[in-house]
Write a protein that binds this ligand. Sequence first.
Ligand code: G16
Length: 545
Amino acid sequence: MNKTVATIPIAGMKPGTSGLRKKVVEFASGHYLPNFVQAVFDAVKPEAGFAGQTLVVGGDGRYYNREAIQTVIRMAAANGFARVLVGQDGILSTPAASCVIRQHVAFGGLILSASHNPGGPDGDFGIKFNGANGGPAAEKITDAIYACTEKINRFLTTDTPDVDLGRIGVQQVEGMRVEVIDAVADYVALMRKLFDFPALTRLFASGFRLSFDAMHAVTGPYAHAIFELELGAAPGTVRNGVPLPDFGGHHPDPNLVHAKELLDRMMGPDAPDLGAASDGDGDRNLIIGRGIFISPSDSLAMLAANAHLAPAYRQGIAGIARSMPTSGAADRVAQALGVPCFETPTGWKFFGNLLDAGKVTLCGEESAGTGSDHVREKDGVWAVLLWLNILAVRQQSVKQIAHEHWAHFGRNYYTRHDYEDIDSSVAKDLMQALALRMRDLTGHELEGRLVATADDFSYLDPVDGSLSKNQGLRIVFEDGCRIVYRLSGTGTSGATLRVYIERFEGNPTRHGMETQAALADLILLAESLAGIRVRTGRLAPSVIT
Ligand code: G16
């Protein structure tokens, strides 16, 4: 039976760059989750209500995923949805959820994940709403959701028992149809359409070796189905392939610190041809060739330059979009291809309008996200498949492809320094002081470099005309070097300061430098300009990518 439960607003439910992320204990306490879910429904409800509409629900399998899904299903029924599609065992990677929303013409979806953040009872949980295009809700919708959380006084639910999430097929919750679906089938079918699977099968049959670290997160079943079962990669290609509620105690963030085992393997004597990893919810990717790490910014540029080698992009690409802190490597490819390159704020949601309007085909972010117009999320397994397709056609190593790319387009040396879990007020003060300092930097010299622009990045969406301000402090020098500072929107404790440093090198004889060495003077400048050591007491970044 449907019921209305009285509730009161809970402070601090503002969705960040990618939905609402908090500690599990917070999510699981009192009415925290129902309040947010009801706020989403209230904010997005069409005038005619949800009659006849489908909601997609799934998550990355982390601790509290199943309980949260049962809550969402009961509330969807009480709020009048006609149908819920839920991944078996509550599993749907974020790109797979996007695919299912589009494929089944759903109203939207609720994705339960805290992405690359750790899981488990003491870990993080998260939830976000994606709209009918399969992409993260635009800012005006997340603002509306937040406004609803601030005035909520009731939520609607049912007193029905739990749905059996393990059983594929149809069940009823009050008047609503719940379909438990195979979590990988729609996604695998889409990948088959985009890439040359027979060529990839031949690649593996010829002895090509891939090592894919699923980090005990959601991509395990997808990677196993595609790489090992469909394409015939050797058993064991997929490592840590069973999704675990606490990710095996690890941090499912595919960077050089948390995927160190993979990095060591790829730098070792018997390295496979390609190493890759994906994060908690399967939207991020890490690409490492034998003896070479490909930065996400470079990966975007190299994929864009070679995308025409895969069937889906044979006709060429319409354009590229990258987030502002992402290096300018992709811009050079866009220029060579004669297509536009858009610079957006951090957050995949900013790509949605450009993709929907057909202005861009490929998108990417320095934070290990790459994707295309096939869904409206970044997509880790897709990125690995596109690399494989390119390797199969070019019959070269990742290193050869990277070196040829740099020789042709030049090399954008690039690094990101993260200072994690610093005191939030210290971080805020640092950014405020820096913003003040930047006001009069334009036209002045800093350590012998002329500052061309120093500003707080803002973005005017060319499709809907919306303006997003305060998206990161950036200093662009006349010689093309760049320093960018921003605070992470995805952390759950304290603040994380990210510093992005970039230098373009056109001279091929200088393309073999170690990245930190190539950027050493800018790294020092970035530190002293913001006074990071003095203000935070940190002598070094927590993570260097
Ligand atoms: C989320 C967004 C990404 C964005 C990233 C930024 O990633 O989906 O588009 O680049 O946050 O993170 P931060 O604000 O910490 O720099 P994910 O993978 O956590 O959903």
